[in-house]
Design a protein around this ligand. Structure first.
Ligand code: HEM
Length: 144
């Protein structure tokens, strides 16, 4: 079970990062061109949102079954050791904030009337989330 979730949690970031980058670039271009926000745009941001939520669920499961997080949480050096702190606190919390921002961006955009405001809201929230995720990915083990 652990291996399965680890593989899912390790593979999905490729799709999530790609979806975030694609959504941000397309929405920034469409905003600058004054394009209309179509059903396809809504679908793209929804797919990104779903990928983010899936990643969160896999990460949450891993947090309780992974020997890496168990070791980080039970070590006497949880906060003083950089690797333990990353897995026990920094990675999960930062990613949680990133996923909350993606969710807020998607929901706020739905309530906006103008297309340009929808594009702008999603692009900004998704971009901040992407930066946060990039900052706290365990780069020493990923990509493998
Ligand atoms: C946008 C959200 C997230 C991204 C992009 C992400 C990305 C990653 C990556 C790339 C790894 C390294 C995987 C590998 O070793 O190949 C990892 C490991 C891990 N993540 Fe996340 N993560 C996210 C959210 C979360 C959340 C919300 C939690 C916990 C609540 C979490 C818990 C963990 C744990 C425990 C590991 C270590 C797994 C192990 O090696 O046993 N992640 N994450």
């Amino acid at each position: 079970m652990y291996t399965g979730f680890k593989h899912l949690h390790s593979f999905l970031p490729y799709l999530l990062m790609a979806a975030l980058v694609i959504t941000i670039i397309i929405f920034a271009i469409k905003m600058s061109k004054g394009s209309a926000y179509t059903a396809a745009d809504k679908r793209l941001s929804l797919i990104t949102l779903i990928l983010a939520h899936l990643q969160f669920v896999f990460g949450l499961v891993l947090y309780f079954i992974s020997p890496v997080s168990k070791a980080a949480l039970t070590a006497e050096t949880t906060m003083s050791d950089a690797t333990n702190r990353l897995y026990a606190v920094e990675h999960p919390l930062t990613m949680l904030v990133a996923i909350v921002l993606i969710t807020i961006g998607y929901s706020k955009a739905k309530r906006k009337e103008m297309s340009s405001a929808k594009f702008k809201t999603v692009a900004i929230f998704f971009a901040i989330a992407l930066i946060l995720a990039l900052v706290r990915i365990p780069w020493n083990v990923w990509p493998a």
